[in-house]
Design a protein around this ligand. Structure first.
Ligand code: BGC
Length: 340
């Protein structure tokens, strides 16, 4: 196998090669492609020690180029939505390109998910990708130099994001990995169980733009503080992670009763978007001919809150010139639960 080595995955329409790096650590392995810096596969053992690929992905670059679901990609410069596709910074208004009605989603029509990243460093279990986003790209001020480092270690996939800008700007980076802990092509996640370490969430309007309020989950369907089966429910909301203090804290737990695999998400960021793949219909054929449809996977996108530049009560995603942005998210895998 091409452990820690790169292979050519495909060629962009302009001839630029897209590479794939395969990382391994113990019984876990994953594939990362330079198109969108995307996680293409993530194989972990089930309760019987059998390998299960729990990440959605495609066999060809053409399928990546054809889809609009952000499958596996790194999202930037601003994860999730900015209402009205505009924000103000230091008294100046910045219009952004719209791609979700009148709103701006996941960094715009040519966000970081559509860019070919560079491989800066790689080892058997780690790869650092970089991207240079020019001043004005999609409407954002400042040239942003970004790195994303994927590392497999101690049963976890960890992603560290770093960025620096030539002018004060916004920076909110996440992974749009889609997971199905029963296997990427196994259909609905309704039997999965979920828990979110969040007593509050940010209510949103019908276009998923936050109202600006921060409300308690108590007595609402947003209360996922106890592990519970998803069933027929669907979610696409941002929760406020309890105990956010910029250190790595547990944010979410997902578990498949079929394989026994559970995934714990830990992050240094204040929010998490729990998205149950509500818009997956129309997805191109997945790896090995898998069908990916509505509720066929979930995302747990760690983030600053959606539309934060337009809500002064939300933690700020402003990156000052000269400052280094850094965040870390880890997905830890095991089977069943340790007591307690
Ligand atoms: C958003 C969804 C959006 C999806 C795109 C998620 O992060 O919360 O509303 O449709 O990304 O695939």
């Amino acid at each position: 196998m091409n452990e820690g080595k790169k292979t050519v995955f495909g060629y962009m329409p302009d001839g630029v090669p897209v590479e794939e790096v395969l990382l391994t650590d113990g019984a876990i392995s994953c594939g990362i492609i330079t198109y969108g810096g995307a996680l293409r596969s993530l194989t972990v053992p089930d309760r019987n020690g059998q390998p299960v690929d729990v990440a959605l992905g495609f066999d060809t670059l053409e399928a990546y180029l054809a889809q609009d679901k952000y499958i596996g990609a790194i999202i930037g410069r601003y994860a999730n939505r900015i209402g009205g596709s505009r924000f103000a910074l230091d008294g100046k208004e910045y219009p952004l390109r719209s791609n979700d009605g009148a709103n701006h989603l996941h960094g715009g029509p040519e966000g970081f998910d559509k860019q070919v990243w560079r491989i800066r460093a790689q080892t058997r279990n780690s790869v650092t990708l970089s991207l240079n986003s020019p001043d004005g790209q999609e409407g954002y001020p400042g040239t942003l130099d970004v790195t994303a480092t994927y590392t497999l270690a101690d049963r976890a996939l960890e992603i560290v994001y770093q960025a620096k800008s030539s002018r004060t700007t916004l920076c909110n980076l996440t992974s749009h990995a889609y997971f199905n802990l029963s296997g990427h092509g196994s259909g609905s996640i309704e039997s999965h169980q979920f828990r979110l370490s969040a007593s509050r969430y940010t209510p949103a309007d019908e276009n998923l733009i936050p109202t600006g309020a921060i409300e308690s989950v108590k007595g609402t369907p947003m209360d996922l503080r106890q592990l519970q089966p998803l069933g027929a429910r669907e979610y696409d909301h941002n929760w406020v992670i309890d105990g956010w203090n910029s250190a790595l804290v547990p944010a979410a737990l997902a578990w498949s009763p079929d394989t026994g695999i559970y995934m714990e998400t830990l992050t240094t960021l204040p929010g998490i978007q729990f998205y149950t793949g509500n818009f997956l219909d129309g997805c191109p054929e997945g790896k090995g001919g898998a069908a990916y449809g509505r509720h066929g996977a979930f995302c747990l996108e760690t983030q600053y809150f959606p539309d934060s530049p337009n809500h002064s009560r939300f933690p700020s995603a402003v990156l000052q010139v000269g400052e280094i942005y850094e965040s870390k998210t880890a997905y830890y895998f095991d089977t069943e639960f340790k007591t307690g």
